[in-house]
Design a protein around this ligand. Sequence first.
Ligand SMILES: [Zn+2]
Ligand SMILES: [Zn+2]
Length: 574
Amino acid sequence: MLNKKVADIFRNIAHILEIKGDNPFKIRAYLKAADSLENVTEDLEDVEREGRLAQIEGIGKDLAAKISEFIGFDRIKYYDELKKEVPGGLLDLLSIPGVGPKTAKLLYDKLKIADINTLEKYAREGKLRNLEGLKEKTEENILRGIELVKKGRERMDLGTAFITADKFISLLQDKPYVKKISFAGSLRRMKDTVRDIDILISSAHPEKVIDDFTRVEEVKSILNKGDTKSAVLTGDGVQVDLRVVPDNSFGAALLYFSGSKAHNIKLRQLAQKKGLKINEYGVFRARSVEDRAKAIAGKTENEIYKLLGMPFIEPELREDNGELEAALKNKLPVLINSDDIKGDLHMHSLYSDGHYSIKDMANAALKKGYDYVALTDHSIALKVANGLDLAALKRKRLEIEKLNKGLKIRILFGTEVELDNDGNTDYSDKVLSEFDIVVGAIHSGFRQPKEKITKRLIKACRNRHIDIIAHPTGRLWGVRDAYEVDFGAFFKAAADTGTFLEINSFPTRLDLNDVNARHAKESGVKIAISTDSHHIAQLDFIRFGVAVARRAWMTKHDVANTLSLKELMRVKKK
Ligand SMILES: [Zn+2]
Ligand SMILES: [Zn+2]
C-alpha cells in the first residue's frame, strides 16, 4: 500500500514538472522511480529500516530521503511546495482518460484551461479542434472522458450504491481465496449519499482476488490494478475500490477504511495516551510500530476497541459526534435494528398510485414478518396521484375489512392526506376520524418562506387526526433540496402534541435525515420509520430508514412502529 502511495506521488511530481516545463531528465527520473517502486515486492518500511532504499533501481540518495520523509511524516515537503506552483485543477485534468501531462500543459499554456469545467465548455464549443498540437479526435475523446469522470464523481443515493455493492459482494464472497469481505467507507457508515464503493477483503493471495475483482461482470473499465488494491468503473459510472489485506490485519484495515476520518483521528489520540499506535495494519506498542509481526491487535475491530477500553462502536455512529466519549463511559445506545420493526405505516396500493393491490402489499409485509401494515393512499386533492374521493374510500375500507378476516397481518385503513398552503387538510374532520392511521404530507408550495412552512407544519401537528407527518422536509435527491424549517419550533410542536415524524426510507428521500432525526429525538419527538412503498420490492427500503435512525443514535424505544399494534394504538393520537 505504501509502495503504491509513494509511486503515485512520484508520478504526480513528474507530471507537475512536465507541466512546468522542467528538466526532462529529472522528470524521467521520477517516472522511472515510480515504476520501480511499484515493482518492489518488499515493503518500503522494511527496506527503509534496513537502510537499503538507495539500492532500489532508480532510487538515488535524493529520492531515498524523500521516501524516508514520507514514511516518517506522511508527507513530502517538496511535493507540497510543488503542488502550490500549478493551479489545483490542472492535476485534475490528468484524471480524464486520454489527457496526459503534455495535453494538460498545452491546454493551460494556450487557453489557460486549469479545471475540468472550463475544459468541457471549450470542448463543447469546438474551441479545441484548431489548437496546434492537438490530434483531431482529441476533442471528442476529451468530452467522453469528462462525462465518465463526472459520472463517477457524482455522489449517489444509498439505494443505488447498494445495488452495485451487493452485486460485487455476492459475486466475490464465495471465491476460494476470499477469507473475509466487507464494505468500508461511507457506505458502511450508511451515509445518505456516497461517492464510491469501498470493499475490503482479507486473503493470503491478493493477486488472485484482484484478478477476480477486475473480472466481475459489472466492470466496464479498470482504473488501476496493483498488488493489493484495484479500482474499477462499472457501466453505470460507479467507482468501486478494492483493498486486499492479510487476515490478521483485517480489523485494523476495516476500521481505518470505514472512517470517518474524524473518528479515526480521535481513536489514534486515545491510543497514543496508552502508549499505543494504530494504523491500518494493527495496534502496536509505540516503539515497535515498524514491525508488523509485533501487532498486539488487528484481526477484528472488536479487539481493537476492547484494547482501548471500550465496547464495539457501530459504524453508523463513527462520525466523532460523541460516540467515543459515550463508549468510554459505556453509555452507547443499543441501536435500533431492522428486526425491531413490527409494521410499515406508509405505503400505496392500486387505489392511488401504487402498482399492487392491497392484498399483495399486505402479503409482502407479512413475508417481512410484520404484524401490521398501513395502506395510506393519497387524498382527493392530489389529482396527479389519483387521490381517493369519498366513494373510493368507502370501497377501500370495505375491501380492507374483508381482507382482515382472512390474513395473518392486520391491515390498517390509512391515508396520506394533503396539507394545503396553510396546513389544512382536504378531507373533513369527519372523514379523517374514520381512518386507523392518518399521515399528513406536503406535496406543493415548497418555496414558501421558512416562517410560513413552519406554521403549516405546526398546524398539522395540532390537528388531532394527524398521527404522522410524512417526509417532513420535502427533499428529493437530484430533484430538490429540503425546504427551510424552524426545526426547534416544529419539533417542539410535534413532541407536545404527540405527532410522530417520519423517517421516509425511500433512498432518494431519507427524510428526516440523520442530523434532523437526532435533533428530533433529543426534542422528545417519536419517530415512525416507513417506506412509502409503491411496489412490493420497495418494502425492503426499510433498511435505509433504519440506517438513518441508527445514525441518529436511536434505540427501538424512539420509534413508534417497533411497538405491538395494541401499544401503537394506545400511544398514537386519539
Ligand atoms: Zn408523499
Ligand atoms: Zn406516500
